[in-house]
Design a protein around this ligand. Structure first.
Ligand code: NAG
Ligand code: NAG
Ligand code: NAG
Ligand code: NAG
Ligand code: NAG
Length: 211
């Protein structure tokens, strides 16, 4: 299990990019807390936040100069978060293993789940094969909080499928370590969630440090 996970790329956070023309900044979670970073995961829930570049990339690929900007080429509404993750055997990332490696420095691969947000996972598929996966924290406009625990929606566009799964994490656990998922083939909700997320992404793009 361990071995199919290779590399975290470019630990570049948007705040650091902005800070780069001034003083160099380290990548620690900027929140001031009395807990030692290594203990934070025990007290707060986290969502994974990274993009897996998919089976097109493996350890032999040219991936060092790849960024979200170079991948998306200004396309709107497609989620992408650094770090960009490549697996050496092209398998989907082993999140359990990643969490064990990074839970004492969770800001590198995860975001803290706050009230009003959920963990979201976008999976892009083509003819059933996974192309890439992005994990993130996201605001979701759902009136009914009880309906957000763990749910997937898929949208199918002639062979190209976008699946959005949302869930909530518990403190001290692997993010979203809940087994039950309900698959709903509903057109409308995925559009709504996508819209909410697009809004969020737009806001993040405009105010990258204001998370
Ligand atoms: C992936 O990398 C790990 C450690 O770097 C190595 O042990 C494993 O054999 C690799 N797997 C493949 C399929 O190359
Ligand atoms: C990355 O660099 C390689 C050569 O080093 C080049 O072939 C490739 O197009 C570059 N990719 C991007 C996204 O710039
Ligand atoms: C994921 O794949 C989809 C479909 O090919 C593509 O449009 C999107 O740009 C990809 N996302 C990233 C982050 O590369
Ligand atoms: C919220 O969900 C509960 C149980 O699923 C349902 O009984 C209730 O009517 C829902 N409320 C709204 C406002 O949708
Ligand atoms: C994740 O869930 C599985 C099954 O529910 C459980 O056995 C495992 O201990 C959980 N892992 C963590 C880190 O909570």
């Amino acid at each position: 299990m361990k071995s199919n996970y290779l590399l975290l790329l470019g630990m570049i956070y948007c705040c650091c990019v902005i800070a780069a023309d001034g003083a160099t900044d380290d990548e620690d979670d900027p929140l001031v807390t009395t807990l030692s970073p290594a203990e934070e995961y025990k007290n707060y829930p986290y969502c994974f936040r990274f993009t897996w570049l998919g089976p097109k990339y493996n350890k032999d690929s040219q991936y060092k100069n790849v960024t979200c900007e170079s991948l998306l080429k200004k396309a709107n509404g497609i989620p992408c978060f650094h770090p960009l993750v490549v697996t050496n055997n092209s398998n989907v990332p082993d999140t359990e293993y990643m969490w064990n490696e990074y839970k004492d420095k969770p800001a590198q691969i995860a975001c803290r789940l706050v009230r009003g947000e959920v963990c979201a996972r976008f999976t892009y598929r083509y003819n059933g094969a996974i192309e890439n996966i992005t994990y993130m924290c996201a605001k979701m406009n759902v009136d009914n909080e009880s309906s957000t625990t763990s749910t997937c929606y898929t949208e199918d566009r002639s062979g190209r499928e976008i699946e959005v799964c949302v869930c909530e994490s518990a403190a001290g656990r692997t993010p979203c370590n809940r087994s039950s998922t309900i698959l709903a083939q509903l057109g409308q909700p995925v559009v709504l969630i996508a819209l909410a997320l697009v809004q969020l992404l737009t806001l993040r793009a405009l105010f990258p440090c204001n998370q």
